[in-house]
Design a protein around this ligand. Structure first.
Ligand code: SF4
Length: 182
């Protein structure tokens, strides 16, 4: 698969100290994105699932979990599913994914491609929505802007895709609960 990169120890991409894989390719092109070099689907470095497995074999016991970031993992569905499946089926560790799509948009896309649901099914938490500079806050853990939501995917799927927030990851005082689409 092609990645923009990875880091073995991040404290800003979810709870604890996490391994983060940055996918290459993103269609959202949010103004003021911090990683515009990840937009192109032509850049990035090839890395095999076997190489990633070797890294996880060494690190999984000491990590708080894995975060899929980007770029956008949901713009790299096949590779993101392979990686998510490995993480959950072999290592059973916490898995978060960022996406520029809202969950509502993903559910619409899934009507034509069930792979979107497959990727959702492996996640503990989805952090959704584009980055919006006007809603940026340094006081919200993990999220870049206040429109983004930390969604408890296990509970949300149990709840027939009615959104259940991962309240421990959300700072509710900064979240007005009225998501505006754009
Ligand atoms: S979704 Fe993320 S990676 Fe893609 S443009 Fe927006 S902020 Fe950048």
């Amino acid at each position: 698969m092609k990645l923009a990169g990875f880091t073995e120890e991040s404290i800003v991409d979810g709870p604890g100290v996490r391994i983060v894989f940055f996918f290459q390719g993103c269609v959202h092109h949010c103004p003021f994105c911090q990683n515009p070099t990840t937009w192109s689907f032509d850049n990035g470095t090839e890395i095999s699932l076997e190489q990633i497995e070797k890294l996880l074999d060494k690190k999984y016991k000491e990590t708080s979990g894995v975060t899929l970031s980007g770029g956008d993992p949901f713009c790299n569905l096949k590779d993101a599913i392979s990686l998510a499946k490995l993480i959950k089926e072999k290592y059973h560790i916490n898995l978060i994914a960022f996406t520029g799509y809202t969950l509502e948009e993903i559910l619409i896309l899934s009507e034509k491609n069930k792979d979107y649901l497959t990727l959702l099914s492996y996640l503990d938490t989805l952090i959704d929505g584009r980055f919006i500079m006007a809603l940026r806050s340094i006081d919200i853990n993990t999220r870049g802007s206040r429109n983004q939501r930390c969604i408890d995917m296990k509970k949300t799927i149990e709840n027939n895709y009615q959104i259940v927030l991962a309240s421990e990851m959300m700072d509710m005082s900064f979240y007005n609960n009225k998501y505006e689409s754009f």
